[in-house]
Design a binder for this molecule. Structure first.
Ligand code: FAD
Ligand code: NAI
Length: 468
Protein backbone atom coordinates (compact mmCIF):
# COMPACT_ATOMS: atom_id res chain seq x y z
CA UNK A 1 0.00 0.00 0.00
CA UNK A 2 1.46 3.30 -1.13
CA UNK A 3 1.26 6.83 0.21
CA UNK A 4 -1.20 8.20 2.81
CA UNK A 5 -3.25 11.15 1.58
CA UNK A 6 -4.90 13.64 3.92
CA UNK A 7 -8.35 15.18 3.42
CA UNK A 8 -10.83 17.16 5.52
CA UNK A 9 -13.71 14.97 4.38
CA UNK A 10 -13.83 11.58 2.64
CA UNK A 11 -17.05 10.27 1.12
CA UNK A 12 -17.46 6.55 0.37
CA UNK A 13 -19.74 5.92 -2.60
CA UNK A 14 -20.59 8.26 -5.47
CA UNK A 15 -24.34 7.68 -5.77
CA UNK A 16 -26.89 10.52 -5.42
CA UNK A 17 -26.12 10.59 -1.69
CA UNK A 18 -22.34 10.57 -1.84
CA UNK A 19 -21.60 12.86 -4.76
CA UNK A 20 -24.05 15.50 -3.51
CA UNK A 21 -22.44 15.39 -0.04
CA UNK A 22 -19.00 15.73 -1.66
CA UNK A 23 -20.06 18.77 -3.72
CA UNK A 24 -21.66 20.45 -0.69
CA UNK A 25 -18.52 19.90 1.43
CA UNK A 26 -16.27 21.21 -1.35
CA UNK A 27 -18.53 24.25 -1.72
CA UNK A 28 -17.95 24.92 1.98
CA UNK A 29 -14.23 25.10 1.34
CA UNK A 30 -13.21 21.61 2.45
CA UNK A 31 -10.61 19.35 0.80
CA UNK A 32 -12.74 16.38 -0.27
CA UNK A 33 -12.05 12.82 -1.45
CA UNK A 34 -14.80 10.81 -3.16
CA UNK A 35 -14.21 7.07 -3.39
CA UNK A 36 -16.20 4.92 -5.80
CA UNK A 37 -15.64 1.25 -6.59
CA UNK A 38 -17.73 1.14 -9.74
CA UNK A 39 -19.51 3.97 -11.58
CA UNK A 40 -20.06 7.60 -10.68
CA UNK A 41 -23.77 8.16 -10.10
CA UNK A 42 -24.29 4.88 -8.21
CA UNK A 43 -27.40 2.75 -8.51
CA UNK A 44 -29.63 5.67 -9.43
CA UNK A 45 -27.78 6.79 -12.54
CA UNK A 46 -26.38 3.47 -13.75
CA UNK A 47 -28.88 0.73 -12.90
CA UNK A 48 -31.81 2.50 -11.23
CA UNK A 49 -33.81 5.68 -11.70
CA UNK A 50 -32.34 6.94 -14.96
CA UNK A 51 -32.10 3.76 -17.08
CA UNK A 52 -35.52 2.56 -15.95
CA UNK A 53 -37.11 5.92 -16.74
CA UNK A 54 -35.33 6.06 -20.11
CA UNK A 55 -36.89 2.69 -21.01
CA UNK A 56 -40.28 3.74 -19.63
CA UNK A 57 -40.22 6.83 -21.82
CA UNK A 58 -40.09 4.51 -24.86
CA UNK A 59 -43.22 2.76 -23.61
CA UNK A 60 -44.94 6.11 -22.99
CA UNK A 61 -44.12 7.28 -26.50
CA UNK A 62 -45.55 4.08 -27.91
CA UNK A 63 -48.68 4.52 -25.81
CA UNK A 64 -49.15 8.05 -27.14
CA UNK A 65 -48.77 6.83 -30.72
CA UNK A 66 -51.25 3.99 -30.13
CA UNK A 67 -53.82 6.55 -28.97
CA UNK A 68 -53.16 8.92 -31.88
CA UNK A 69 -56.44 7.82 -33.48
CA UNK A 70 -58.38 9.33 -30.56
CA UNK A 71 -57.03 12.70 -31.72
CA UNK A 72 -57.92 12.11 -35.39
CA UNK A 73 -54.35 11.17 -36.35
CA UNK A 74 -53.72 8.09 -38.49
CA UNK A 75 -50.23 6.68 -38.08
CA UNK A 76 -50.45 3.31 -39.88
CA UNK A 77 -48.74 0.22 -38.54
CA UNK A 78 -46.53 0.90 -35.54
CA UNK A 79 -43.46 -1.20 -34.81
CA UNK A 80 -40.42 -0.88 -32.57
CA UNK A 81 -36.96 -2.34 -32.12
CA UNK A 82 -36.23 -3.09 -28.45
CA UNK A 83 -32.47 -3.28 -29.05
CA UNK A 84 -32.60 0.37 -30.19
CA UNK A 85 -34.57 1.31 -27.09
CA UNK A 86 -31.90 -0.36 -24.96
CA UNK A 87 -29.16 1.44 -26.89
CA UNK A 88 -30.86 4.80 -26.30
CA UNK A 89 -31.07 3.97 -22.59
CA UNK A 90 -27.32 3.23 -22.51
CA UNK A 91 -26.56 6.51 -24.29
CA UNK A 92 -28.66 8.48 -21.80
CA UNK A 93 -26.75 6.92 -18.88
CA UNK A 94 -23.33 7.47 -20.47
CA UNK A 95 -24.14 11.10 -21.28
CA UNK A 96 -25.20 11.91 -17.72
CA UNK A 97 -22.30 9.94 -16.20
CA UNK A 98 -19.78 11.83 -18.27
CA UNK A 99 -21.23 15.25 -17.29
CA UNK A 100 -21.36 14.15 -13.65
CA UNK A 101 -17.62 13.37 -13.74
CA UNK A 102 -16.99 16.88 -15.07
CA UNK A 103 -19.23 18.44 -12.42
CA UNK A 104 -17.47 16.63 -9.56
CA UNK A 105 -14.02 17.58 -10.84
CA UNK A 106 -15.10 21.19 -11.41
CA UNK A 107 -15.73 21.37 -7.65
CA UNK A 108 -12.11 20.43 -6.97
CA UNK A 109 -13.01 17.03 -5.49
CA UNK A 110 -10.44 14.23 -5.79
CA UNK A 111 -12.00 11.01 -7.10
CA UNK A 112 -10.46 7.65 -6.18
CA UNK A 113 -11.57 4.54 -8.08
CA UNK A 114 -11.58 1.58 -5.75
CA UNK A 115 -13.17 -0.21 -2.84
CA UNK A 116 -12.87 1.68 0.47
CA UNK A 117 -12.58 -0.01 3.84
CA UNK A 118 -12.02 1.45 7.32
CA UNK A 119 -8.72 0.54 8.97
CA UNK A 120 -9.29 3.00 11.84
CA UNK A 121 -12.03 5.55 12.70
CA UNK A 122 -10.48 8.23 10.47
CA UNK A 123 -8.55 6.08 8.03
CA UNK A 124 -9.56 4.27 4.85
CA UNK A 125 -7.73 1.77 2.68
CA UNK A 126 -8.66 2.04 -1.00
CA UNK A 127 -7.99 -0.92 -3.27
CA UNK A 128 -8.69 -1.12 -6.98
CA UNK A 129 -7.66 1.08 -9.88
CA UNK A 130 -6.32 3.46 -7.20
CA UNK A 131 -4.46 2.02 -4.20
CA UNK A 132 -4.09 4.57 -1.42
CA UNK A 133 -4.51 5.12 2.29
CA UNK A 134 -6.77 8.07 3.08
CA UNK A 135 -6.83 9.96 6.33
CA UNK A 136 -9.83 12.24 6.85
CA UNK A 137 -11.17 14.28 9.77
CA UNK A 138 -14.74 13.37 8.85
CA UNK A 139 -16.04 10.45 6.82
CA UNK A 140 -19.45 10.12 5.16
CA UNK A 141 -20.63 6.60 4.31
CA UNK A 142 -22.90 6.48 1.24
CA UNK A 143 -22.46 2.91 0.02
CA UNK A 144 -26.09 2.30 -0.98
CA UNK A 145 -27.71 -1.02 -1.74
CA UNK A 146 -27.94 -3.88 -4.21
CA UNK A 147 -30.73 -6.21 -5.40
CA UNK A 148 -31.66 -8.99 -2.98
CA UNK A 149 -30.98 -12.50 -4.24
CA UNK A 150 -33.21 -15.29 -2.92
CA UNK A 151 -31.22 -18.46 -2.11
CA UNK A 152 -34.06 -20.78 -3.24
CA UNK A 153 -33.96 -19.27 -6.75
CA UNK A 154 -30.79 -17.20 -7.25
CA UNK A 155 -30.50 -15.00 -10.33
CA UNK A 156 -28.54 -16.48 -13.23
CA UNK A 157 -29.06 -13.15 -15.07
CA UNK A 158 -30.44 -14.99 -18.10
CA UNK A 159 -33.66 -16.80 -17.22
CA UNK A 160 -33.91 -15.37 -13.70
CA UNK A 161 -32.96 -11.71 -13.62
CA UNK A 162 -32.86 -8.87 -11.13
CA UNK A 163 -33.41 -5.13 -11.60
CA UNK A 164 -29.85 -4.77 -12.93
CA UNK A 165 -29.67 -7.65 -15.40
CA UNK A 166 -33.19 -7.00 -16.75
CA UNK A 167 -31.85 -3.63 -17.98
CA UNK A 168 -29.39 -5.52 -20.21
CA UNK A 169 -32.09 -7.28 -22.27
CA UNK A 170 -31.75 -6.60 -25.99
CA UNK A 171 -34.66 -8.75 -27.09
CA UNK A 172 -38.04 -9.03 -25.39
CA UNK A 173 -39.36 -12.36 -24.07
CA UNK A 174 -42.97 -13.28 -24.92
CA UNK A 175 -43.83 -13.63 -21.25
CA UNK A 176 -42.33 -12.49 -17.98
CA UNK A 177 -43.13 -13.31 -14.35
CA UNK A 178 -42.26 -10.55 -11.90
CA UNK A 179 -41.72 -11.66 -8.31
CA UNK A 180 -42.47 -8.72 -5.99
CA UNK A 181 -45.10 -6.09 -6.75
CA UNK A 182 -43.39 -3.05 -5.19
CA UNK A 183 -41.74 -0.07 -6.90
CA UNK A 184 -39.44 -2.02 -9.21
CA UNK A 185 -41.84 -4.84 -10.06
CA UNK A 186 -44.68 -2.48 -10.95
CA UNK A 187 -42.51 -0.12 -13.04
CA UNK A 188 -41.14 -3.05 -15.08
CA UNK A 189 -44.65 -4.50 -15.39
CA UNK A 190 -45.78 -1.20 -16.95
CA UNK A 191 -42.83 -1.17 -19.32
CA UNK A 192 -43.21 -4.72 -20.56
CA UNK A 193 -47.00 -4.86 -20.86
CA UNK A 194 -46.95 -1.75 -23.05
CA UNK A 195 -44.39 -3.46 -25.31
CA UNK A 196 -46.67 -6.49 -25.75
CA UNK A 197 -45.11 -8.92 -23.24
CA UNK A 198 -47.47 -11.13 -21.21
CA UNK A 199 -46.82 -10.03 -17.62
CA UNK A 200 -47.64 -11.79 -14.35
CA UNK A 201 -46.89 -10.20 -10.96
CA UNK A 202 -46.46 -12.51 -7.98
CA UNK A 203 -46.75 -10.61 -4.69
CA UNK A 204 -46.44 -12.07 -1.19
CA UNK A 205 -48.66 -9.43 0.47
CA UNK A 206 -52.39 -8.93 -0.03
CA UNK A 207 -51.91 -6.15 -2.61
CA UNK A 208 -49.31 -4.59 -4.90
CA UNK A 209 -47.71 -1.27 -3.79
CA UNK A 210 -49.28 -1.85 -0.38
CA UNK A 211 -47.22 0.85 1.35
CA UNK A 212 -48.72 3.53 -0.89
CA UNK A 213 -52.11 3.11 0.82
CA UNK A 214 -55.37 1.41 -0.07
CA UNK A 215 -56.76 3.96 -2.49
CA UNK A 216 -53.59 3.84 -4.61
CA UNK A 217 -53.05 0.08 -4.57
CA UNK A 218 -56.69 -0.56 -5.47
CA UNK A 219 -56.56 1.88 -8.38
CA UNK A 220 -53.29 0.50 -9.76
CA UNK A 221 -54.48 -3.10 -9.41
CA UNK A 222 -57.61 -2.28 -11.41
CA UNK A 223 -55.65 -0.40 -14.08
CA UNK A 224 -53.06 -3.17 -14.40
CA UNK A 225 -55.76 -5.84 -14.72
CA UNK A 226 -57.47 -3.81 -17.46
CA UNK A 227 -54.12 -3.65 -19.28
CA UNK A 228 -53.93 -7.46 -19.14
CA UNK A 229 -51.41 -7.86 -16.30
CA UNK A 230 -52.11 -10.97 -14.26
CA UNK A 231 -51.69 -10.25 -10.52
CA UNK A 232 -51.31 -13.03 -7.97
CA UNK A 233 -51.36 -11.63 -4.42
CA UNK A 234 -50.87 -13.51 -1.13
CA UNK A 235 -48.68 -15.80 -3.21
CA UNK A 236 -45.23 -17.10 -2.31
CA UNK A 237 -42.73 -18.63 -4.73
CA UNK A 238 -41.13 -21.86 -3.43
CA UNK A 239 -38.68 -22.61 -6.22
CA UNK A 240 -38.04 -21.97 -9.88
CA UNK A 241 -37.05 -24.72 -12.32
CA UNK A 242 -35.04 -23.58 -15.30
CA UNK A 243 -35.74 -25.14 -18.70
CA UNK A 244 -33.90 -24.54 -21.96
CA UNK A 245 -36.22 -21.73 -23.00
CA UNK A 246 -38.03 -20.61 -19.90
CA UNK A 247 -38.86 -21.13 -16.25
CA UNK A 248 -41.42 -23.10 -14.27
CA UNK A 249 -42.33 -21.21 -11.10
CA UNK A 250 -43.59 -23.34 -8.22
CA UNK A 251 -46.01 -21.45 -6.02
CA UNK A 252 -46.80 -22.32 -2.42
CA UNK A 253 -49.90 -24.48 -2.43
CA UNK A 254 -48.80 -26.54 -5.41
CA UNK A 255 -49.70 -24.36 -8.43
CA UNK A 256 -47.12 -23.74 -11.14
CA UNK A 257 -46.64 -20.96 -13.63
CA UNK A 258 -44.62 -21.13 -16.86
CA UNK A 259 -42.90 -18.08 -18.25
CA UNK A 260 -40.05 -17.22 -20.63
CA UNK A 261 -38.28 -15.32 -17.88
CA UNK A 262 -38.55 -14.33 -14.21
CA UNK A 263 -37.56 -11.02 -12.63
CA UNK A 264 -36.89 -10.89 -8.91
CA UNK A 265 -37.74 -7.51 -7.35
CA UNK A 266 -38.28 -8.23 -3.67
CA UNK A 267 -36.27 -5.43 -2.08
CA UNK A 268 -32.64 -4.36 -1.60
CA UNK A 269 -29.64 -5.60 0.36
CA UNK A 270 -27.63 -2.90 2.16
CA UNK A 271 -23.93 -2.47 1.34
CA UNK A 272 -22.52 -2.46 4.87
CA UNK A 273 -20.41 -5.61 4.60
CA UNK A 274 -16.70 -5.47 3.78
CA UNK A 275 -16.46 -1.86 4.95
CA UNK A 276 -14.55 -2.57 8.16
CA UNK A 277 -17.24 -0.78 10.18
CA UNK A 278 -16.19 -2.62 13.33
CA UNK A 279 -12.75 -0.99 13.09
CA UNK A 280 -14.43 2.41 13.10
CA UNK A 281 -16.92 1.63 15.86
CA UNK A 282 -19.95 2.22 13.63
CA UNK A 283 -23.07 0.41 14.90
CA UNK A 284 -25.09 -1.56 12.40
CA UNK A 285 -28.76 -2.43 12.99
CA UNK A 286 -30.99 -5.13 11.60
CA UNK A 287 -30.57 -5.95 7.88
CA UNK A 288 -27.20 -4.16 7.88
CA UNK A 289 -28.60 -0.62 8.14
CA UNK A 290 -26.23 1.95 9.64
CA UNK A 291 -27.96 3.66 12.57
CA UNK A 292 -28.04 7.46 12.41
CA UNK A 293 -29.66 10.32 14.31
CA UNK A 294 -31.44 13.26 12.65
CA UNK A 295 -28.03 14.92 12.04
CA UNK A 296 -26.98 11.70 10.24
CA UNK A 297 -24.29 11.02 12.82
CA UNK A 298 -23.49 7.35 13.36
CA UNK A 299 -22.45 5.86 16.70
CA UNK A 300 -18.83 6.84 15.91
CA UNK A 301 -17.79 10.47 16.32
CA UNK A 302 -17.00 12.20 13.01
CA UNK A 303 -18.58 9.46 10.89
CA UNK A 304 -21.89 10.07 9.10
CA UNK A 305 -24.11 7.80 6.98
CA UNK A 306 -26.59 8.77 4.29
CA UNK A 307 -28.81 7.26 1.60
CA UNK A 308 -30.03 3.69 1.18
CA UNK A 309 -27.48 2.41 3.71
CA UNK A 310 -29.53 4.13 6.46
CA UNK A 311 -32.67 2.30 5.21
CA UNK A 312 -34.83 5.28 6.17
CA UNK A 313 -36.35 5.86 2.72
CA UNK A 314 -34.58 4.21 -0.20
CA UNK A 315 -35.07 7.03 -2.68
CA UNK A 316 -32.51 9.03 -4.63
CA UNK A 317 -33.84 12.45 -3.59
CA UNK A 318 -33.80 11.44 0.09
CA UNK A 319 -30.17 10.28 -0.29
CA UNK A 320 -29.25 13.63 -1.87
CA UNK A 321 -31.01 15.64 0.83
CA UNK A 322 -29.31 13.59 3.52
CA UNK A 323 -26.04 14.29 1.66
CA UNK A 324 -26.59 18.04 2.04
CA UNK A 325 -27.44 17.72 5.73
CA UNK A 326 -24.54 15.38 6.57
CA UNK A 327 -22.03 17.54 4.70
CA UNK A 328 -23.25 20.70 6.47
CA UNK A 329 -22.88 18.96 9.86
CA UNK A 330 -19.46 17.56 8.93
CA UNK A 331 -18.41 21.12 8.09
CA UNK A 332 -19.41 22.38 11.53
CA UNK A 333 -22.91 23.66 10.78
CA UNK A 334 -26.06 22.47 12.51
CA UNK A 335 -28.52 20.79 10.12
CA UNK A 336 -31.23 18.19 10.74
CA UNK A 337 -33.32 15.83 8.64
CA UNK A 338 -37.12 16.02 8.61
CA UNK A 339 -38.91 13.19 6.90
CA UNK A 340 -42.55 14.35 7.01
CA UNK A 341 -42.67 15.50 3.40
CA UNK A 342 -40.95 12.90 1.25
CA UNK A 343 -42.45 12.75 -2.21
CA UNK A 344 -42.50 9.22 -3.64
CA UNK A 345 -43.31 8.50 -7.27
CA UNK A 346 -43.92 5.17 -8.96
CA UNK A 347 -43.52 5.65 -12.70
CA UNK A 348 -46.18 3.17 -13.75
CA UNK A 349 -48.96 3.78 -16.20
CA UNK A 350 -50.93 5.41 -14.64
CA UNK A 351 -48.28 7.23 -12.62
CA UNK A 352 -48.58 7.24 -8.85
CA UNK A 353 -47.26 9.84 -6.43
CA UNK A 354 -47.65 10.32 -2.70
CA UNK A 355 -46.35 12.61 0.01
CA UNK A 356 -47.00 12.80 3.74
CA UNK A 357 -49.68 10.71 5.42
CA UNK A 358 -52.22 8.43 3.78
CA UNK A 359 -55.79 8.63 5.14
CA UNK A 360 -55.24 5.33 7.02
CA UNK A 361 -52.02 6.56 8.62
CA UNK A 362 -53.50 9.95 9.58
CA UNK A 363 -56.41 8.22 11.34
CA UNK A 364 -54.00 5.84 13.03
CA UNK A 365 -52.07 8.87 14.34
CA UNK A 366 -55.27 10.19 15.90
CA UNK A 367 -56.13 13.00 13.49
CA UNK A 368 -59.68 13.85 12.51
CA UNK A 369 -59.35 14.30 8.79
CA UNK A 370 -61.00 15.97 5.82
CA UNK A 371 -60.42 14.31 2.48
CA UNK A 372 -60.84 16.00 -0.89
CA UNK A 373 -60.61 13.75 -3.94
CA UNK A 374 -60.86 15.38 -7.36
CA UNK A 375 -61.18 13.12 -10.40
CA UNK A 376 -59.27 14.11 -13.56
CA UNK A 377 -62.49 13.28 -15.42
CA UNK A 378 -63.81 16.61 -14.18
CA UNK A 379 -60.73 18.71 -15.04
CA UNK A 380 -60.70 20.81 -18.23
CA UNK A 381 -57.02 20.25 -19.11
CA UNK A 382 -57.31 16.50 -18.56
CA UNK A 383 -60.37 16.25 -20.79
CA UNK A 384 -58.68 18.40 -23.46
CA UNK A 385 -55.62 16.14 -23.50
CA UNK A 386 -57.65 12.92 -23.18
CA UNK A 387 -55.93 11.95 -19.93
CA UNK A 388 -58.87 11.51 -17.60
CA UNK A 389 -57.75 8.48 -15.63
CA UNK A 390 -57.13 8.96 -11.91
CA UNK A 391 -57.50 11.62 -9.23
CA UNK A 392 -55.71 14.03 -6.93
CA UNK A 393 -56.46 13.65 -3.23
CA UNK A 394 -55.66 15.90 -0.27
CA UNK A 395 -55.79 14.76 3.35
CA UNK A 396 -56.04 17.58 5.90
CA UNK A 397 -56.41 18.02 9.64
CA UNK A 398 -60.10 18.82 10.24
CA UNK A 399 -59.27 21.06 13.21
CA UNK A 400 -56.52 23.25 11.75
CA UNK A 401 -56.83 22.75 7.99
CA UNK A 402 -53.14 21.73 7.83
CA UNK A 403 -52.36 19.52 4.85
CA UNK A 404 -51.14 16.17 6.14
CA UNK A 405 -50.80 14.15 2.99
CA UNK A 406 -51.59 13.93 -0.70
CA UNK A 407 -51.96 11.14 -3.21
CA UNK A 408 -52.27 11.35 -6.95
CA UNK A 409 -52.84 8.74 -9.61
CA UNK A 410 -52.79 9.68 -13.27
CA UNK A 411 -51.02 11.84 -15.80
CA UNK A 412 -48.25 14.10 -14.54
CA UNK A 413 -48.53 12.66 -11.01
CA UNK A 414 -44.73 12.87 -10.72
CA UNK A 415 -44.83 16.60 -11.49
CA UNK A 416 -47.98 17.36 -9.49
CA UNK A 417 -46.67 15.99 -6.22
CA UNK A 418 -44.08 18.80 -5.91
CA UNK A 419 -46.76 21.36 -4.96
CA UNK A 420 -48.00 19.19 -2.10
CA UNK A 421 -44.44 18.42 -0.92
CA UNK A 422 -43.84 22.18 -0.66
CA UNK A 423 -47.17 22.63 1.15
CA UNK A 424 -46.56 19.86 3.69
CA UNK A 425 -42.93 20.77 4.30
CA UNK A 426 -44.03 24.31 5.15
CA UNK A 427 -47.08 23.27 7.19
CA UNK A 428 -49.50 25.00 4.81
CA UNK A 429 -53.27 24.68 5.12
CA UNK A 430 -56.09 24.07 2.66
CA UNK A 431 -56.65 27.84 2.60
CA UNK A 432 -53.09 28.44 1.38
CA UNK A 433 -53.82 26.27 -1.66
CA UNK A 434 -57.27 27.80 -2.19
CA UNK A 435 -55.84 31.34 -1.95
CA UNK A 436 -53.14 30.56 -4.52
CA UNK A 437 -54.11 31.39 -8.10
CA UNK A 438 -53.59 28.28 -10.22
CA UNK A 439 -53.11 28.82 -13.97
CA UNK A 440 -55.93 27.62 -16.23
CA UNK A 441 -56.20 25.21 -17.92
CA UNK A 442 -53.53 23.17 -16.13
CA UNK A 443 -53.38 19.88 -14.27
CA UNK A 444 -52.33 21.49 -10.93
CA UNK A 445 -55.82 22.99 -10.77
CA UNK A 446 -56.72 19.52 -9.48
CA UNK A 447 -55.09 20.52 -6.14
CA UNK A 448 -57.19 23.67 -5.95
CA UNK A 449 -60.33 21.63 -6.58
CA UNK A 450 -59.29 18.86 -4.15
CA UNK A 451 -58.61 21.48 -1.45
CA UNK A 452 -62.00 23.11 -2.13
CA UNK A 453 -63.64 19.69 -1.82
CA UNK A 454 -61.85 18.94 1.47
CA UNK A 455 -63.08 22.35 2.63
CA UNK A 456 -66.64 21.39 1.55
CA UNK A 457 -66.80 24.42 -0.77
CA UNK A 458 -66.38 22.80 -4.22
CA UNK A 459 -66.66 24.99 -7.31
CA UNK A 460 -66.20 22.61 -10.22
CA UNK A 461 -67.88 19.69 -8.50
CA UNK A 462 -71.46 19.20 -7.29
CA UNK A 463 -71.99 20.09 -3.62
CA UNK A 464 -72.95 17.39 -1.14
CA UNK A 465 -76.75 17.23 -1.09
CA UNK A 466 -77.93 18.82 2.17
CA UNK A 467 -81.36 20.06 3.24
CA UNK A 468 -81.62 23.85 2.99
P1 FAD B 1 -26.25 4.17 -4.43
O1 FAD B 1 -26.87 4.92 -5.53
O2 FAD B 1 -26.50 2.71 -4.35
O3 FAD B 1 -24.69 4.45 -4.53
C1 FAD B 1 -23.76 3.83 -3.69
C2 FAD B 1 -22.43 3.80 -4.38
O4 FAD B 1 -21.45 3.38 -3.46
C3 FAD B 1 -22.36 2.83 -5.55
O5 FAD B 1 -21.90 3.49 -6.70
C4 FAD B 1 -21.37 1.75 -5.09
O6 FAD B 1 -20.59 1.23 -6.15
C5 FAD B 1 -20.51 2.54 -4.11
N1 FAD B 1 -19.87 1.71 -3.08
C6 FAD B 1 -20.46 0.77 -2.29
N2 FAD B 1 -19.56 0.27 -1.41
C7 FAD B 1 -18.39 0.90 -1.66
C8 FAD B 1 -17.10 0.82 -1.10
N3 FAD B 1 -16.83 0.02 -0.07
N4 FAD B 1 -16.12 1.59 -1.62
C9 FAD B 1 -16.38 2.44 -2.64
N5 FAD B 1 -17.59 2.57 -3.21
C10 FAD B 1 -18.58 1.81 -2.72
N6 FAD B 1 -35.17 6.26 -6.54
C11 FAD B 1 -35.86 7.38 -6.84
O7 FAD B 1 -35.88 8.31 -6.05
N7 FAD B 1 -36.53 7.49 -8.03
C12 FAD B 1 -36.55 6.50 -8.94
O8 FAD B 1 -37.17 6.63 -10.01
C13 FAD B 1 -35.84 5.30 -8.65
N8 FAD B 1 -35.82 4.28 -9.53
C14 FAD B 1 -35.10 3.16 -9.23
C15 FAD B 1 -35.13 2.12 -10.15
C16 FAD B 1 -34.42 0.95 -9.88
C17 FAD B 1 -34.44 -0.18 -10.89
C18 FAD B 1 -33.66 0.85 -8.68
C19 FAD B 1 -32.85 -0.38 -8.40
C20 FAD B 1 -33.64 1.89 -7.77
C21 FAD B 1 -34.38 3.05 -8.03
N9 FAD B 1 -34.41 4.11 -7.12
C22 FAD B 1 -35.14 5.23 -7.42
C23 FAD B 1 -33.69 4.06 -5.84
C24 FAD B 1 -32.37 4.85 -5.94
O9 FAD B 1 -31.62 4.34 -7.01
C25 FAD B 1 -31.61 4.74 -4.64
O10 FAD B 1 -32.44 5.14 -3.56
C26 FAD B 1 -30.39 5.65 -4.67
O11 FAD B 1 -29.53 5.29 -5.72
C27 FAD B 1 -29.63 5.56 -3.34
O12 FAD B 1 -28.52 6.40 -3.39
P2 FAD B 1 -27.22 6.14 -2.49
O13 FAD B 1 -26.29 7.26 -2.82
O14 FAD B 1 -27.62 5.92 -1.10
O15 FAD B 1 -26.63 4.75 -3.00
P1 NAI C 1 -40.14 -2.83 -2.63
O1 NAI C 1 -39.91 -2.95 -1.18
O2 NAI C 1 -40.73 -1.60 -3.19
O3 NAI C 1 -41.10 -4.01 -3.10
C1 NAI C 1 -40.80 -5.35 -2.89
C2 NAI C 1 -42.09 -6.12 -2.98
O4 NAI C 1 -41.78 -7.51 -3.02
C3 NAI C 1 -43.00 -5.90 -1.78
O5 NAI C 1 -44.31 -5.62 -2.22
C4 NAI C 1 -42.91 -7.22 -1.02
O6 NAI C 1 -44.09 -7.53 -0.34
C5 NAI C 1 -42.66 -8.19 -2.15
N1 NAI C 1 -41.98 -9.41 -1.75
C6 NAI C 1 -40.96 -9.55 -0.86
N2 NAI C 1 -40.55 -10.84 -0.82
C7 NAI C 1 -41.34 -11.52 -1.70
C8 NAI C 1 -41.40 -12.87 -2.13
N3 NAI C 1 -40.55 -13.79 -1.65
N4 NAI C 1 -42.32 -13.23 -3.05
C9 NAI C 1 -43.17 -12.28 -3.56
N5 NAI C 1 -43.16 -10.99 -3.20
C10 NAI C 1 -42.24 -10.60 -2.29
O7 NAI C 1 -38.74 -3.21 -3.30
P2 NAI C 1 -38.25 -3.11 -4.81
O8 NAI C 1 -39.39 -3.03 -5.74
O9 NAI C 1 -37.26 -4.19 -4.96
O10 NAI C 1 -37.52 -1.71 -4.82
C11 NAI C 1 -36.48 -1.43 -3.88
C12 NAI C 1 -36.50 0.00 -3.49
O11 NAI C 1 -35.96 0.82 -4.52
C13 NAI C 1 -37.89 0.57 -3.25
O12 NAI C 1 -38.33 0.31 -1.94
C14 NAI C 1 -37.71 2.02 -3.49
O13 NAI C 1 -37.29 2.63 -2.30
C15 NAI C 1 -36.60 2.07 -4.54
N6 NAI C 1 -37.17 2.32 -5.88
C16 NAI C 1 -37.77 3.52 -6.11
C17 NAI C 1 -38.34 3.79 -7.32
C18 NAI C 1 -38.99 5.11 -7.53
O14 NAI C 1 -38.79 6.00 -6.71
N7 NAI C 1 -39.76 5.30 -8.59
C19 NAI C 1 -38.32 2.83 -8.42
C20 NAI C 1 -37.66 1.60 -8.08
C21 NAI C 1 -37.11 1.38 -6.85
Amino acid sequence: MAEKQKFDIAVIGAGPGGYVAAIKAAQMGRKVALIEKQYLGGTCLNVGCIPSKALLSNAQTLQTIKHAKDFGIEVGKVSFDYSKMKKRKDQVVEKIRSSLGGLIKSNGITIFNGHAEFTAPNELKVRGEDNVMIQAEKIIIATGSEPVDIPAFPCDHKLIRNSTSILELTELPKSIAIIGGGYIGCEFASLFVELGVKVTIIEALSSIVELQGKVISEHLTKAFKTQGIDIKTNTAVEKIDKKKDGVVIHLKGGDTLESDMAVVSVGRRLNSEGLGLEKAGVAVGPRGAIEVNDKLETSAAGIYAIGDITAIAMLAHVASHQGLVAAANACGQEARMHYRAIPAVIFTSPEIATVGLTAEKALEEGYQISVGTYPFQALGKSIATNAVEGFAQVISDKKTGEILGAQVVGHEASVLIAEMALAINNELTLDCVIDTIHAHPTVPEAWLEAALLANETPIHFPPKITKR
